[in-house]
Design a protein around this ligand. Structure first.
Ligand code: HAM
Length: 416
């Protein structure tokens, strides 16, 4: 029996790996300019680190971790994300003792046992950054700008930035009560996921796609922010505006990890099936202390590389399509020349992108034109074919040629 790769994993083969190298190169280059240094932490850590760091009630910790007992009877987990390990290392190596802010980045595999779908893998790769040791909202804005610049420089178009403030734990606790009061009366109408989230983490209920319409009048966390939170959030917005980073405010944006305080953000784009989030991050002022370190603040992001590369391919394919002609019709002989005007009109009005020659050129020059326009097919009509009511159809990629009835050319092209 031949072996196959495990579900949710990928082989990155020559021909595709070059795109990865390009994206990774860009990430490193941008980090160099923003003065972030690389950190490499282990791919597995003690399970408890993620339980404490990511949060016991998150989907990640509850159902997605690759956890096993090693031969020394320790509970080990393949990292589901990068932040907890970096923070562990920051504390263990006492990087907080350094006079400057620690600005760190990483690129590497992460593991989550998730249901497979387009853009969702069990081993995936993140480019992430973490800035530890400052509460300055300028760093939040710079982190958001760095991610935006990465997408822009690798060549992705139409990436949207959404930001929110999720406040401090005290603000969230008060908001939680307000939100529960709003949700309680509709509890039985909500989907199963929402019902269980109401108990564990009501803020995440607002994230539900199924029940979105019910939440129109839901209270907004932005109305519950205290003064400190408001000042911080306003400054982040001001700095982003000053840097010319376009963003929108999404008061329903709640991230899937528990450690966030103040700023939370996501990058979104269309083109990977049902998934639109391609990266995200935020500030996490309590995390370092939570995992046993001093009370040091942090802010960072994680960008999914599979999703970046899938989108690049998707957008490239759309561009290619934009240049592609479905069929170039070549006419040879007087009678055929007359027919071609009618034929091309018929094709175009039935939804096919068709082109022809208008310069009375010879067959060879017309074929060259078809090549230049990246026509998928060339249809060649001579006087003989015309009398038989036929036309020769050549698929340019394979060189394969066949004869089809003139009357069925449009349907033939459409079925391909
Ligand atoms: P996250 O939102 O869980 O954040 O993941 C960040 C990105 O990783 C996602 O937006 C997505 O592009 C990618 N990703 C996540 N799960 C999968 C999957 N199963 N398959 C493919 N791609 C996936 C974090 O992980 C935080 N550590 C980010 C952060 C850093 N916050 C502060 N610092």
């Amino acid at each position: 029996m031949a072996f196959q790769k495990s579900p949710g994993t990928q082989d990155i083969l020559p021909g595709v790996v070059e795109r990865w190298q390009y994206a990774e190169q860009k990430a490193r280059d941008i980090c160099r300019r923003f003065n972030f240094s690389e950190i490499r932490t282990p791919i597995f850590e003690a399970t408890e680190l993620f339980q404490r760091g990511v949060g016991e009630t998150t989907d990640i910790v509850e159902k997605e971790m690759y956890t096993f007992t090693d031969r020394g009877d320790r509970s080990i987990t393949l990292r589901p994300e990068g932040t907890a390990g970096v923070v562990r290392s920051y504390v263990e190596n006492k990087l907080y003792g350094e006079p400057d802010v620690s600005k760190l980045y990483y690129i590497g595999p992460m593991f989550r046992y998730e249901r497979q779908q387009a853009g969702r893998y069990r081993q995936f790769h993140q480019f992430g950054i973490e800035a530890l040791g400052s509460v300055d909202p300028a760093i939040d804005a710079e982190v958001i700008a760095l991610g935006y610049t990465f997408y822009k420089e690798v060549g992705l178009k139409d990436v949207r930035v959404e930001i929110n403030s999720v406040g401090t734990p005290a603000v969230r606790a008060a908001f939680r009560e307000k939100l529960l009061a709003f949700l309680m009366p509709m509890r039985d109408q909500l989907c199963k996921d929402c019902q269980s989230r109401m108990e564990r983490n009501p803020l995440r209920v607002l994230d539900c796609k199924t029940d979105q319409a019910r939440f129109e009048d839901a209270p907004s966390i932005l109305d519950s922010l205290d003064e400190e939170c408001n000042i911080h959030f306003d400054k982040v917005k001001t700095y982003l505006t000053d840097m010319g980073i376009p963003f929108s405010i999404n008061p329903r944006l709640v991230r899937g990890l528990d450690y966030y305080t103040h700023t939370a953000f996501e990058y979104k784009a269309e083109g990977i099936g049902a998934i639109d989030t391609i990266g995200g991050g935020g500030r996490y002022n309590g995390l370092v202390a939570e995992i046993g370190g001093p009370d040091q603040p942090g802010v960072g992001l994680g960008l999914g590389l599979e999703r970046t590369i899938m989108l690049l391919e998707h957008q490239q394919a759309e561009l290619d399509n934009a240049h592609q002609i479905d069929v170039y019709v070549v006419a040879l002989g007087e009678a055929a020349e007359r027919e071609v005007t009618r034929l091309v009109y018929e094709l175009r009005t039935s939804g096919i992108r068709a082109e022809r020659d208008y310069l009375g050129r010879k067959m060879k020059a017309q074929m060259k034109s078809a090549d230049r326009l990246q026509a998928r097919y060339t249809a060649i009509l001579g006087d003989d074919e015309l009398t038989r009511g036929e036309i020769a159809l050549k698929e340019m990629a394979t060189g394969e040629q066949r004869v089809v009835a003139l009357a069925s050319l449009a349907s033939e092209l459409k079925s391909n």
